[in-house]
Design a protein around this ligand. Structure first.
Ligand code: SF4
Ligand code: SF4
Length: 643
């Protein structure tokens, strides 16, 4: 047998198998997402009051719709074509009880909604005519239904009426008020048709009112892209790609267009967006709403308007440049809308198609193109400071246990160089077999990618992947969460798969094995430490406990800020924001610093070079250097080792 023929037949079957398993995985992931978020409403329930309110209305309406459908099937219109043998006997009693309880759930949920809108009135809650219309309709349907039921009970007096407790109680009340069975039977048809009409109005209004979310939001829960959070969509075959970013509404993907319609305008994204909360004239909800309106006016009534440019038209050219890509909005959105995808598409259009970029963005991208780093420092200075530290430099064919990926911030920024030096000291202290790539290490490309220059990102990523493929290592360890997220989660889109750890993850493992010789706190906890979760380490990669476990080994007393862990508040430096000019009155890092001051911390710790720079900047500009220190977690460990 020709060996080549074997390989030719076996490859496609392997590929077929992997494609099939991908399809199954995607199907299971869609089912799981639907069950968790559309059926069990897990995301919606993250906020107690509106979560419970929505849960009661959703389940009340769902049960009532299913129950009504079962009831309709018993009607002459359907019998004998479809005759359900259900509900009968004791099942019917259970059915009556469940329908009654579902009606009560709707009434309570709607009452909570009215109370929220009229009394609590949260700042981000929008009120439009269809919000009120939906609530009035949802209130009337069960109320008329209960009255209808009570009239039936009063007329027929069935023995099972106790199983319709609300209808029974209402019938008793009507009888007490003097209503007789004959009058109840005359009223019954009016209430029956009113009830039917309200139900039909509800169904007919779905496409034209907020009620459309009954269909579109669960659909978006299933259809939204299942990329890992923090991973941007790759532009495949970028050299040949005809579309680089999005300039017109029709260029968004179908799932993006669906997501605009799935947004329920709940405002949860606005409540957590650092740009909105810091006073910038930006809101992710407004951003999505504008896209929806543009979609409706261009796609529904084209007349050539679909050609209209988004930027400079419905969306100002500056609008895409205030987002820090922190992920707080997409993480909280109950409808799984992800504004970051649209932000990046618009940035890509500006960076790769029109070239109309804000000056600081153009400068950073030029620095990266010319010098290979956002700082614009000469490439050869990348490791000048590290030469005296005797770090093993890998050349093709060499091997090591830990490949230390420095990243531009730790290589070029003066303050962060100290953090890199502290980490190297800790590794040397712990006898870790580590090495770095020296001048062969290129920028990971994250800044270029977040600023929309996908082409430059892919070029830098390919460069690094090629260098990494020529050396042997067990894992890559990096101190920068941006490099970490890119190497770990985004390089696989380009075919590179290796173990990547953040420095805190790696050190937490080491200390577990007592390799560092840190004995833990000596009991005299004097200083108040707090930890700021970086978005790319925490929210996107769920590394929360490792930095805290390291800090708990210090002599500091760890206190948490009000917004921490998954709900942490961005430092303002991500998504390329570190390079942008910002209005001193709307600085995100100042907003975050205020939280550190609120808990009277002596030291704010981070595990990200950008966060460190943003805090450093805020502390200096507020003149608080004497009162508050900012340190990387690794520096705390290094200091502990030195004791
Ligand atoms: S994008 Fe999501 S969180 Fe924001 S308003 Fe729409 S549904 Fe709510
Ligand atoms: S990613 Fe962060 S900054 Fe950007 S819109 Fe969402 S919450 Fe706002």
């Amino acid at each position: 047998m020709n060996p080549n023929s074997t390989s030719r037949t076996s490859m496609p079957s392997r590929l077929l198998f992997s494609q099939q398993s991908e399809k199954w995985n995607s199907l299971f992931s869609n089912i799981r997402s639907f069950l968790l978020n559309a059926v069990l409403q897990v995301r919606i329930l993250r906020k107690a009051y509106p979560g419970i309110m929505h849960f009661l209305i959703f389940w009340g309406v769902t049960i009532q719709v299913v129950g009504t459908a079962i009831n309709l099937m018993q009607m002459e219109l359907f019998v004998p074509f479809v005759e359900l043998p259900f509900p009968r006997g004791s099942w019917y009693l259970a059915y009556e009880l469940i329908m009654d309880l579902a009606g009560v759930a709707i009434v309570i949920g709607v009452a909570m909604a009215f109370f929220r809108r009229s009394v609590l009135h949260p700042k981000t809650l929008e009120s439009r005519w269809d919000d009120l219309f939906a609530l009035i309709l949802l209130a009337l349907i069960p109320l008329v239904g209960f009255t209808l039921e009570s009239l039936r009970i009063l007329t027929v007096e069935p023995v099972w009426s106790i199983w319709s407790p609300v209808g029974r109680a209402l019938a008793n009340l009507l009888a007490y008020l003097g209503m007789e069975a004959s009058f109840a039977s005359k009223l019954h048809p009016y209430f029956f048709w009113t009830h039917m009409s309200l139900g039909l109005i509800l169904v007919a209004s779905i496409p034209f009112t907020k009620m459309r979310h009954l269909i579109l939001t669960p659909l978006n829960v299933i259809m939204h892209p299942k990329r890992k959070a923090g991973v941007l969509e790759i532009i495949e075959n970028i050299e040949q790609a005809e579309l680089l970013g999005v300039g017109q509404i029709t260029e968004f993907s179908r799932s993006q267009l669906l997501s605009f319609d799935a947004c329920v305008r709940c405002g949860r994204c606005e409540e957590v967006c650092p740009a909105t909360l810091s006073g910038m004239s930006y809101s992710p909800r407004k951003f999505i709403k504008t896209h929806r309106e543009t979609m409706l006016t261009t796609i529904t009534y084209p007349n050539g308007k679909a050609e209209k440019q988004l930027l400079g038209g419905d969306i100002s050219e500056e609008y895409p440049w205030v987002c820090t890509t922190c992920g707080a909005c997409s993480n909280i959105c109950p409808a799984f809308v992800n504004p970051i995808d649209e932000i990046i598409d618009l940035r890509r259009y500006q960076a790769l198609t029109t070239g109309k970029l804000p000056k600081p963005v153009a400068d950073v991208l030029r620095n990266m193109e010319r010098q290979g780093n956002p700082w614009g420092m000469p490439a050869e200075e990348r490791i000048a400071w590290a030469n005296e530290l005797n770090i093993k430099e890998l050349t093709p064919g060499d091997s090591t246990d830990v490949l230390l990926f420095l990243g531009c911030a730790l290589a070029y920024d003066e303050r962060n160089k100290k953090v890199a030096q502290a980490f190297i000291r800790v590794l040397q202290n712990a006898d870790v077999d580590f090495a770095y790539l020296g001048l062969d290490e290129a920028c990971c490309g994250e800044t270029a990618r977040r600023l929309g220059h996908e082409y430059l990102y892919q070029m830098l990523a390919e460069q690094n992947i090629e260098v990494l493929s020529k050396v042997k290592f067990n894992r890559v360890v990096t101190q920068c969460p941006h490099c970490f997220n890119t190497l770990k989660n985004e390089y696989p889109q380009m075919g590179a798969n290796f173990i990547v750890q953040h420095s805190t993850e790696f050190l937490a493992e080491l200390t577990t094995f007592q390799s560092l010789g840190i004995k833990g706190s000596n009991g005299s906890r004097k200083q108040r430490l707090t930890f700021h979760d970086s978005c790319y380490l925490g929210r996107y990669n769920a590394i929360y406990k490792e930095p805290r476990s390291l800090l708990n080994m210090s002599n500091g007393n760890l206190v948490e800020m009000s917004r921490c862990i998954e709900n942490s508040f961005c430092c303002g430096g991500g998504g390329g924001q570190m390079w942008m000019e910002t209005d001193p009155n709307t600085r995100i890092n100042h907003n975050r610093l205020a939280e550190v001051l609120d808990i009277q911390a002596d030291i704010v710790t981070t595990a990200c070079p950008y966060c460190l720079i943003m805090f450093d900047d805020a502390i200096r500009s507020k003149g608080l250097s004497e009162q508050l220190q900012v340190l990387d977690v690794v520096e705390v460990i290094d200091a502990q080792l030195a004791k």
